[in-house]
Write a protein that binds this ligand. Sequence first.
Ligand code: ARG
Length: 299
Amino acid sequence: MFINNETELKNLMAAGRSQNWKNPQRMLMVSPKYFSIAYAINPYMVQENGQLNSVDNNLAMASWLKLKSTFEELGVTVHTLPGIPHLPDMVFAANQSFVFWHQGKPAVLMSRMMAPERREEVTYFEDWFKAQGYQVFQFETPGVFAEGNGDLLLDPCYPIVWGGIGTRTNDAAYQEIVQRFQLNVVRMPLRSKDFYHLDTCFSILSADTCVIQPKAFDEVTLMLVRSRFKNVIMLDEQENKKFFTGNCHAIAGKTIVTQAGSTTFKNDVAKAGFALKEVDTAEFMKSGGSVFCMKMMVF
Ligand code: ARG
C-alpha cells in the first residue's frame, strides 16, 4: 500500500521488523572504459556556457579503481560488467534495476529509463541478473518511467520503498509496484532540478539513521522521514551540490564512503558515530553522479 501519513507509517513499523526482510550485501559496478559526456540530461553535465563537460578518461579509470578497492577493503564483494562503447552513462550502475527480496528469493525489477540514450543499458544488467538466477520482472503499465536505485530506495528493516518522484520516475511506477508486489511505498516528490534523483539528496545510512537535503522535499515528506528515522542528518545545500554528500553510501551501517571535500557533512556524520572514507569522484560528478550511483547492491 501507499503510506500517506504518520499514522500509516507508525502502524506498519509497530507490526514489527519483517523476519523475512533481507538486504543485499554484494555489489555490481560497471567499468568506466567508455564513460563520457555525450548529451545533457541533468544540470551537472553542462558548463555555464552551455557546452558539455569533458572527461579525463585516465583519471576516471584511476578513481573508479580506487572506489572499487575502497569497497573491497571494507569487506564488500564487487562484481563488474565491462561497459559498452556507445553507452557512456552505463557506469552509473544504480539506475538500471531495483533489487528486492520477493517470496523468499532474490528479485529484480528492470528500469524503464526516461532518457532514450540510456534505455539500452538495461538489457546488459538483465542478462547478469538472469545468469545469477534472479526472478526478473518488467514493468507492464504503459507510460511508466522508473530509474532503479536512482529513485527507489529500500528500507533496511521494513518492506518499504522510499520513492522519489520527479523527472526520472513517475507515479505510475509506484502504482504498479504497490499492486504487484508486497511492498509499501512512501512517495517523495522531488522539488529541485539540482536534485533530480532521490539518491542525490537522501541516503539511508543504517537502521535508524539517514541523511537528507531539506530543500529537495516538501514538509509531508520530511515529516515522514523524521517519523521513521531516529537520527536525521540535514545536508548543507551547497556541499550537497559540490560534493554530492547526499549521494554517499554506508557500508554495514558503519562506514560512509563519500566524495572528499565536505566539512559540515564530515563533522555531522562523525558526531553520529560513523567512520568516513573519502574518495575522488570528480570526473563522475561532471555527469551528475558520485559514490552511491556508481554501484548496485545485489544479493
Ligand atoms: N548522467 C547520468 C544521468 O543523468 C548520471 C546518473 C547518476 N546516477 C544517479 N543515481 N544519480 O542519468
